[in-house]
Structure formats: structure tokens, C-alpha cells
Write a protein that binds this ligand. Structure first.
Ligand code: ZN
Length: 239
């Protein structure tokens, strides 16, 4: 039996699928994984993305942060790909209960998914660091330099920067979803970045499926490993 038909059988038999995805889910929508595209940034920027996307850098060099952020982190014209669409379809069919994502691009919601747990937040939401007022993406796009609230506070994207903790409520909901799942599909992540690997430890079922172009840290624990792009793989599944 080939891997796609094995995956199809596992999905057919499952009642509570949870999907956990990383940057690889969005690369097929044209959004690069900044962790894997080092060369590009170093030519144009003084610091590596991990530094520029840290809370310390945001607080100390907000002008440089927003230059980089507006230039490299916003892909507002990106469209959902076959992976996003299939996951939304599985949710509508009552098979999938949650999508847990490390991506900040809103593409799962655009594809129609309702229960999306955004571990790293979303570029579409922004808030004042002083009064906590929320602002839409337009506030970032229409402002120059450092966007500010009428109260004087700096407006920050609602994304989790390096050095910042994850949102506890979102993380807790993700842990619960993984604990209750009977099939865990992990896609587009090599599972080296915390909390990805940690979340998998909460899974109590037998069936973990890993779909990733490269090796992952959990290949040996998976029931099924598929070495292919996630959209290409999920597009072959029938709901
Ligand atoms: Zn404010």
C-alpha cells in the first residue's frame, strides 16, 4: 500500500484529527521560511532575522524592526494552498477539531478553518503596548516608521517575538487538543523549534503522521512519514 492510501485509511478511521503545522505549510503559498533563507537577509540587513525579531530589538530599535517587518514579514496577498483548503474541508466534515499553527499569516482562517490555534500570533492583529487597544493591519501599512497609538504607546504586532512567552491560553488549548486527538498530523515543520516537539509529547494515540520535505526529530515515533510537500500530499486525500 502506498503512503497516500495509508494516510487516507488513517483519516477515514479517525474521529478527532488535530493538525499541527509549521512554516512549510505556507511555503506553497509563496511565503518563505525566514529560518531557511539566511543569505538574502544578511545582504540587506545588519542583523540576522532571529535578532531583529526579538523583543529586545523591538524595544531598542523599533525603527529598524518595523523596516524589516514591513519589508520581510508581511505577505498580505498570499492565498491559501491545497493544504489549508483540505484541512478546512476536514473540519467542516466533522473529522478535524483543531489546527495548531506556528504561522502568523491567517491563511487557515482564509481557507475557512474555524478552530485555529495560532501559537505565534498573527500579523493581522496589532496592539498598543501601553493601553492595549487593538489595531488592524492597515494601521501598520498606513503609518511610517514606528506606528503609535493616540495614547503615545508604540503599536506592536500581535506576534510572538523571540524572548517572548507564548500566549498561555492558546498553548493550553493546543495541549488539550493534542491530548484528545486520535490522529495527529504534523506538517511543514522539522520539529526542532520549541514548543513543537513538546506538544507532540502530549499525544496519547497511536497514529502520528509526519509530512515534511526533510527529516524531522520525530520520524522514529511516527506511524507514517511522508517526504513531500504538504499541499501536494493533502490534495490527494478525499474527505
Ligand atoms: Zn494606546
Amino acid at each position: 500500500m502506498n503512503t497516500i492510501s495509508t494516510l487516507q485509511t488513517m483519516i477515514d478511521r479517525a474521529h478527532n484529527i488535530v493538525f499541527f503545522g509549521g512554516a512549510g505549510v505556507s511555503t506553497e503559498s509563496g511565503i518563505p521560511d525566514f529560518r531557511s533563507t539566511d543569505g538574502l537577509y544578511h545582504q540587506q540587513y545588519e542583523y540576522p532575522p532571529e535578532v531583529m525579531l526579538s523583543r529586545t530589538f523591538f524595544d531598542r530599535n523599533p525603527e529598524a524592526f518595523f523596516r524589516f517587518y514591513r519589508d520581510k514579514m508581511l505577505f498580505l496577498d498570499a492565498k491559501p494552498n491545497a493544504a489549508h483548503r483540505k484541512l478546512a474541508e476536514l473540519e467542516r466534515a466533522g473529522k478535524l477539531t483543531a489546527v495548531i499553527t506556528q504561522n502568523i499569516d491567517n491563511l487557515h482562517q482564509l481557507a475557512g478553518s474555524k478552530n485555529v490555534l495560532e501559537l505565534h500570533g498573527s500579523v493581522w492583529r496589532n496592539y498598543c503596548t501601553r493601553c492595549r487597544e487593538f489595531y488592524p493591519i492597515e494601521t501598520i501599512l498606513e503609518s511610517k516608521g514606528v506606528p503609535r497609538c493616540p495614547c503615545g504607546g508604540v503599536i506592536k504586532p500581535d506576534v510572538v517575538l523571540y524572548e517572548e512567552p507564548l500566549n498561555e491560553k492558546v498553548l493550553y488549548a493546543a495541549v488539550r487538543a493534542v491530548q484528545e486527538a486520535d490522529l495527529l498530523i504534523v506538517g511543514g515543520t522539522s520539529l526542532v523549534v520549541w514548543p513543537a516537539a513538546g506538544l507532540i509529547e502530549y499525544f496519547k494515540g497511536d497514529n502520528i503522521v509526519l509530512i515534511n520535505k526533510g527529516d524531522t526529530a520525530y520520524d522514529s515515533k511516527a506511524k507514517l512519514v511522508i517526504r513531500a510537500p504538504i499541499g501536494e500530499t493533502l490534495s490527494q486525500i478525499t474527505v
